[in-house]
Design a protein around this ligand. Structure first.
Ligand code: LRH
Ligand code: MN
Ligand code: MN
Length: 387
């Protein structure tokens, strides 16, 4: 693959930013408040626009409802457009209400299930105003103890809720179902893995797809296999990118295991997932508990770009020749050649060609924006997890 074709693919690679990455976040033990964090969804969009300004590759912002609840979503949409970005995926939140102690859409109480489904339908109303394509559903639903509830009945309730939501989608809208192995439930999660999500999505139809959050697997899971499988089946809808060492750590993508990110993006490349027509949404789902948030997002976008560039560098003809000849070491060497290439000069050149600073981290640091928001946003309340 020549450099021109790599850069033209990189040009099409948009990384969506999560609004909640800009608000204060923390662990169960402590939320470390940072000065200058956004006080409103509008200010989160202002900060996200900075990431796009310096990377040129983050043109949309995912919202989380009700964390990003506003009076007028059309106005928020215009605000985003004025800042040079757009509103992206709508993430529903049915996990932060006392009513959901025993589950939301799988709760044994039909009234609570009704309330949860009503929220999901409200999120589609929001999508109609924000112009969003994707509704991302993640359920914290599950059980902590054997015998606590009927596993099969919970699957039936889940299917019923998903059907109700799917039926309300517009023709150009999609339902993206995210899975997670554990947490907050510790015995069973109702959507614990890609197979469960895949099965529900298959039953729903064409516009239901799976979200692979890279932090939501058991240690050692071969995520690139899942990606290859879902792409082949036309069911990979989105990524929630982040890194983990242990559980759902939500660290910066590509920081814990850049080689894994490369292997995942190699499968994306093999499955035409970088082609916008395949409609894979590349989103970050991260929290910056101790590092500054805007630079944390800039670094993450750059990490995705670096891994993508390496994946695109793989000499696929040579790889196929080696594979067909059964040359195990040769095939592995082709892959490792690409991974071991330093693509940073190529990406710097790519940015220069786009009229961007070749070093987005340094350019942001020199811009004075960080100092400006600290001065302007005094007395702000934290957003998202810290709310
Ligand atoms: C759950 C999750 C899901 C939520 C987000 C805040 O762990 O990954 O995507 O919406 O975190
Ligand atoms: Mn996620
Ligand atoms: Mn998560």
């Amino acid at each position: 693959m020549n450099i021109d074709s790599i850069t033209s693919t990189l040009l099409q690679l948009d990384v969506e930013l999560p609004s909640w990455a800009f608000g204060n976040s923390g662990t169960r033990f402590k939320v470390f408040a940072q000065p200058g964090v956004p006080r409103t969804p509008y200010e989160k969009i202002d900060d996200a626009a900075q990431v796009h300004r310096y990377t040129g590759s983050a043109p949309s912002v995912a919202l989380h409802i009700p964390w990003d609840k506003v009076e007028d979503y059309a106005e928020l949409r215009r605000h985003a457009e004025q800042r040079g970005v757009r509103l992206g995926t709508i993430n529903a939140n049915v996990f932060q209400d006392d009513d959901y102690r025993l589950g939301s859409v799988t709760n044994p109480d039909p009234l609570i299930r009704k309330k949860a489904v009503a929220h999901l339908l409200d999120c589609i109303d929001v999508m109609d105003q924000t112009g969003s394509r994707d509704l991302k559903l993640w359920f914290s639903d599950g059980t902590n103890y054997p015998g606590q509830d009927n596993i099969r009945a919970r699957q039936d309730r889940l299917a019923e809720a998903l059907h109700a939501v799917y039926a309300r989608l517009g023709d150009d809208q999609r339902l993206i179902l995210e899975y997670k192995l554990f947490e907050p439930a510790f015995y069973t999660m109702d959507v614990p893995d890609w197979g469960t999500s895949f099965a529900h999505c298959l039953e729903l139809g064409e516009r239901a797809k799976v979200c692979v959050d890279t932090g939501h697997h058991a240690p050692g899971t071969n995520i690139e296999f899942i990606v290859a499988f879902l792409l082949r089946a036309g069911k990979l809808g989105a990524f929630d990118f982040n890194s983990r060492f242990y559980a759902d750590d939500d660290l910066m993508v590509g920081s814990a295991d850049p080689f894994q990110l490369f292997r995942i993006l190699h499968e994306v490349s093999q499955g035409d997932g970088f082609d916008p027509r395949t409609e894979v949404a590349f989103m970050l789902d991260q929290c910056h508990n101790i590092e500054p948030k805007i630079p944390g997002q800039i670094r993450s976008v750059m990490n995705v770009q670096e891994a993508a560039a390496k994946a695109l560098l793989v000499d696929t003809d040579a790889l196929q020749r080696m594979q067909n000849a059964g040359d195990v070491l040769g095939a592995n060497a082709v892959l490792m050649d690409a991974y071991n290439t330093d693509v940073r000069p190529m990406l710097a050149e790519h940015r220069r060609n786009l009229g961007l600073d070749p070093d987005p981290m340094a350019a942001y640091a020199a811009s004075g924006y960080a100092q400006q928001i600290v001065a302007e946003r005094v007395g702000g309340s934290p957003a998202g997890w810290g709310a």
